[in-house]
Design a binder for this molecule. Structure first.
Ligand code: SPV
Ligand code: MN
Length: 626
């Protein structure tokens, strides 16, 4: 350790905290902490180990300092983010790129030196009067080929507490990496607080230094901008994965339970608010994770782990009927952080909870009463649309027994899904890996939602549901997926689902629970137990296979007319989609040529089918695959 670093740490840390830090003999870690102390100037520094006492300290401090308040049920707390700090801030989240390099026109980036200068100004003395919390986590299970160590420095007890629920403790794991420089770093300050929320959201900045693998975040508390190991380190992991030949994805991991006791594991990529968590939580199935997965090819098969150990879930519409398992956790003793819901007499309420709501209370706007307007004159709802709950996965009764397996689980199928009201059928399978990667993953589009700041309901390009987090030109990212498909002993089939298809009058064509059936069909398909129809866009289920599944899973009669309406191939819409996506990739740098070849083949198939059958092709016109 250089004497300067040593001096700072000796001077600014108590003996107990210094001992905990120095037990990790890693120069880069010590330098990161010392540099950050000098910049942010905290009054004190707390170093957390994996011990229950250290974790309890953070939980206690969150309440003492007012970032969280206890609710009536034991272990439940409420945290509010600022009125203008309720979602991921895409516009102010930028990559820092060394001089002379470029990330192209589609990613939000700036020159590194200018970004670091701006960050230094914003972070300067930002922790004065506060304690800096040093927390060490492990992304992925510990002792695993997937493990990545990660360090968070923050002045927010809410952020540190959330991370204790969402990630595996990694202090002991960190000892194993010794002096290795291979770990992610996150520095966050909520900035000045007023009424426990960041006071200057206009100065909110989230910068990701790709070269040094450091995330900086300031003047914000919303977890998507501050819990560095979620989407911010996902961006670092995407690049690390590209360098090392694996994949880092915005995906759930779940087990579907088929006949004779088998478990078939799927990963699924859906943009926020498009059914990702509810698919991972389908009753009767088991969950491994609901947001971020690492995928590696090990001995020729694809294996995956959940990067996280908890859920930061959307609470809207979580109720006893639709999400019984989560609803139960939200209503019984145990650790839960509610954010941005309505509180009245120590009880949380949110839209779609199935309960009668009080007309007054406290919410993300402060004291609230029905009819209260925001400064723009818009009525403020009782709970914010993006209000959330944070829980540990281990609280869930349906947690898969392999959730923490260091070897991960074998991926038997990959699912892509977006919010698409007019184009894709509810369910189809690709012809092969490249066809799935290109025409399903890379072609994913989704209508925008409340998970990010901005207008909702606008169709947007969403490749692999990962666009918001891409840290490289999209063509290179797709190329990484294509390369990943090479040299596999067992290639997982790729599926595309669409839970949001509407008829011409704007009515949804499917019930929320139809996804239970789609999953069962995919599970059977993986094992070669059902046939499929050959559509120009992919392989679609037969009515005769879906009908008994609807009966068995949902006790519903699935009429042939419903099926015909849902699974009619909409030709002009599919062709327009291809044109939109092709244009994007033509303008993006480094798209592999196979991308355009596969898109051309798809276009040709669709056009030929159009000549033969017209603009809307019912499944009855299609033949069964050979
Ligand atoms: C999402 O919006 O996709 C989330 C929540 O999972 S966060 O990314 O943390 O905002
Ligand atoms: Mn997500």
């Amino acid at each position: 350790m250089s004497s300067n670093i040593n001096d700072i740490l000796q001077k600014r840390l108590s003996k107990e905290n210094l001992d905990k830090l120095l037990a990790l003999s890693n120069h880069k870690l010590h330098k990161f902490v010392a540099d950050s102390i000098q910049l942010c100037n905290p009054d004190s520094v707390f170093v957390g180990t994996d011990s229950p006492e250290d974790i309890a300290y953070i939980r206690r401090k969150a309440i003492e300092l007012g970032e969280e308040a206890p609710l009536n049920i034991e272990g439940h707390t409420i945290h509010f983010d600022g009125f203008y700090d309720q979602a991921r801030d895409k516009a102010n989240t930028r990559y820092l790129v060394p001089e002379g390099q470029s990330l192209g026109a589609n990613l939000n980036w700036m020159e590194k030196k200018a970004g670091l200068d701006e960050m230094s100004d914003l972070l300067k003395d930002s922790m004065k009067g506060k304690e800096m919390l040093v927390r060490i986590f492990c992304l992925g299970p510990v002792n695993s080929p997937f493990s990545i160590s990660a360090v968070q420095l923050t002045d927010s007890t809410y952020v540190a507490h959330s991370e204790d629920l969402l990630y595996r403790s990694g202090y002991e794991q960190f000892k194993k990496i010794g002096d290795s420089p291979d770990f992610f770093r996150v520095l966050h300050s909520a900035g000045e607080l007023e009424n426990f929320v960041s006071q200057y959201p206009k100065n909110r900045r989230v910068y990701i230094d790709l070269e040094d693998e450091i995330v900086y975040s300031v003047n914000t508390q919303y977890a998507g901008n501050t819990v560095g190991f979620k989407k911010l380190c996902l961006r670092l992991a995407i690049r690390k994965a590209l360098r090392e030949g694996w994949l880092s994805e915005h995906m759930f991991v779940m087990g579907s339970h088929g006949t004779s006791g088998r478990t078939t594991y799927f990963t699924g990529a859906f943009p926020s608010f498009c059914g990702k968590t509810s698919t991972a939580m389908i009753p009767g199935e088991t969950i491994i994770g609901d947001d971020i997965a690492y995928l590696r090819k090990i001995d020729g098969v694809v294996r995956t782990v959940n990067v996280e150990s908890g859920v930061f879930g959307i609470i809207e519409d979580v109720n006893a009927k639709d999400d019984p398992l989560i609803f139960k956790i939200l209503n019984e003793p145990g650790e839960v952080i509610f954010s941005n819901v309505l509180i009245k007499d120590g009880k949380p309420y949110w839209s779609g909870d199935g309960r009668a709501h009080p007309e007054t209370g406290v919410n993300f706007s402060g004291e609230w009463r029905k009819g209260k307007k925001d400064p723009e004159g818009k009525e403020i709802p009782p709970s914010h649309k993006n209000s959330r709950y944070t829980i540990c996965l281990k609280a869930l009764a349906n947690l898969d027994p392999k959730a923490n397996d260091p070897e991960g689980v074998e991926v038997s199928g990959v699912i892509y899904g977006g919010r698409d009201s007019d184009t894709w059928v509810p369910l189809q399978q690709s012809f092969d890996w490249a066809h799935g990667v290109i025409t399903m993953g890379a072609c994913l589009e989704s209508e925008t939602t409340a998970a990010t700041i901005g207008k909702q309901g606008v169709r947007a390009f969403q490749p692999m549901s990962n666009l918001d987090f891409l840290s490289m030109p999209v063509g290179e990212y797709i190329d990484a997926h294509l390369k990943f498909g090479k040299g596999m002993k067992r290639i997982p089939p790729i599926f595309a689902v669409n839970y949001f298809l509407k008829d011409k009058d704007g009515n949804y064509l499917n019930d929320k629970k139809d996804k239970y059936v789609w999953l069962k069909w995919m599970e059977k398909r993986v094992h070669g137990e059902v046939k499929a129809l050959l559509a120009p866009t992919g392989l679609i289920p037969l009515h005769e296979d879906l009908k008994p599944l609807f009966k068995q899973v949902l006790n519903k009669d699935y009429a042939r007319e419903q099926y015909d309406q849902q699974f009619t191939i909409r030709i002009p819409e599919n062709l327009r989609k291809i044109d939109r996506i092709e244009k994007i990739f033509r303008e993006a740098p480094n798209t592999p040529s196979i991308f355009f070849e596969v898109m051309e083949q798809q276009k040709k198939r669709i056009t030929l089918a159009q000549q033969k059958f017209g603009d809307n092709i019912p499944p009855s016109a299609l033949s069964v695959e050979k």
